[in-house]
Design a protein around this ligand. Structure first.
Ligand code: HEM
Ligand code: HEM
Length: 183
């Protein structure tokens, strides 16, 4: 099955991109709110459970999204670009796809090896597999570093999309929004 019209993103890729963008950005914001401890304890507990359950589902989504992208490949750039620009956009896209897997995976591992279960919206519970606090702390650190990395990549990514729209005036953003590729 192929979803790539010459030089653009097909509907599956666009759905993957925008659903993923909204969900990952939301979980990033919720995660930072939790870690800055601004919520009352009771509320924080509920929000943390929702963060964990939704993040766990996002691992499945991320695996699907990355598999789809690798299977389809990336379409060629929408307009002529300098070598450094091509390399930067490839590096940012690749690093983002990697962090989309690392974020939920590190979250799941920090819970399950830290002796904590994951409550899936009250439907069922994923039980802990071990109680290795040091290892859990390492996964917690990975989760935090990956979160700041993803947030920085998203800022760079949006700046790149704006540059293409406002300065280059090419079809980079349009083809991710509508699938139309002509400049
Ligand atoms: C799928 C994407 C996910 C994203 C984008 C995300 C994002 C974040 C962020 C930004 C933080 C704050 C990091 C810091 O400031 O150090 C955080 C904390 C946390 N995340 Fe996630 N997370 C995800 C998945 C998960 C999963 C699957 C779990 C567990 C099953 C999880 C459990 C936690 C916990 C326990 C914290 C600490 C909260 C606190 O300080 O009270 N996360 N997450
Ligand atoms: C307002 C927010 C966003 C805008 C305007 C935007 C725009 C775009 C555009 C125009 C492309 C195509 C680039 C090209 O063809 O060279 C793209 C690709 C991509 N974007 Fe975004 N994006 C946004 C948010 C996000 C977020 C939050 C993530 C990650 C969670 C993300 C991850 C990706 C990835 C991995 C690609 C590579 C192609 C793919 O697999 O989808 N984007 N984005």
């Amino acid at each position: 099955m192929t979803d790539k019209t010459e030089g653009t993103y097909g509907s599956v890729s666009r759905l993957n991109h925008w659903i993923g963008a909204v969900l990952f950005a939301s979980l990033l914001i919720v995660g930072f709110i939790l870690s800055y401890d601004v919520l009352p304890d009771e509320q924080a507990g509920e929000v943390r459970n929702l963060h964990k359950a939704t993040g766990t589902l996002l691992l499945l989504f991320a695996l699907w999204r990355v598999t789809w992208r690798l299977g389809q490949g990336f379409p060629a750039a929408a307009s002529d670009r300098a070598g450094w620009e091509l390399a930067l956009s490839k590096a940012v896209h690749g690093a983002m796809l990697l962090t989309l897997i690392v974020m939920p995976l590190s979250g799941i591992l920090m819970s399950l090896v830290g002796g904590r279960s994951i409550d899936m919206y009250g439907l069922f519970t994923i039980p802990p597999v071990a109680e290795m606090k040091d290892l859990a702390r390492s996964f917690r650190a990975v989760h935090g570093y990956a979160a700041y990395t993803l947030a920085a990549l998203i800022v760079l990514h949006i700046a790149g999309a704006l540059k293409h729209s406002l300065i280059d005036r090419d079809s980079t953003l349009r083809r991710m929004l509508t699938g139309q590729s002509a400049s």
